[in-house]
Design a protein around this ligand. Sequence first.
Ligand code: O7M
Length: 216
Amino acid sequence: MVKLMLALDVMDKDKALKIARETSEYVDAIKIGYPLVLATNLKIVKEIKELSNKEVICDFKVADIPSTNEKIAKLTLQYADGIICHGFVGEDSIRAIQNVAKENNKKVIMVTEMSHPGAVMFMQPIANELAKLAKKLGVDGVVAPSTRPERLKEIKEIVGEIPIVSPGIGAQGGDLEKVLEILSDNDYIIVGRSIYNSENPKESAKMYKEKLKNRE
Ligand code: O7M
């Protein structure tokens, strides 16, 4: 079954903990990014992992020189099961993160093409090359857009067995039916606002989980 990754981009600690607790029955992984970490602190990652018992991925879209990437990865992977980095900074910068992840048995997920409209300006033209680099480096996951199924398909074809982590369903208008025709068992959809901003996040997470189950 395609997995559900909750993007927990709320900026209030109690709200984050409540949503993580309520939805944990239906989500496979929780993605924590700058909004929540900057509103609280990095230890929120540990707390959310403990109360949800789910895989927790830090979305810091790390994009620096190797020695700085290494520092960021060391700090992040004390608590998180995985870290998201950008690919456009090049092979050495990604390898620096992979080295830290390997020592700690953690995941590195690399961004290729993003889901927002602006990604067609600079990212889309290089995204297939980034996907090839992800394959060469054997990263543990690749981010590709649910908002552009044709691009999602192309990137998936390039990376082969590497799991896809795909944002854009819900608030960004991605077509879940189309996306599920492309994704396979170890892939994830990322859903944020349409779960955490809904009146009943638990019910919304359940609804997505059921849609994923029904497509099996
Ligand atoms: O469902 P949403 O739109 O509220 O949230 C989507 C989440 O995915 C949110 O955390 C974004 O920062 C993230 N995201 C994208 O929306 N588009 C991308 O191309 C990449 C990401 C992402 O997670 O990158 C790792």
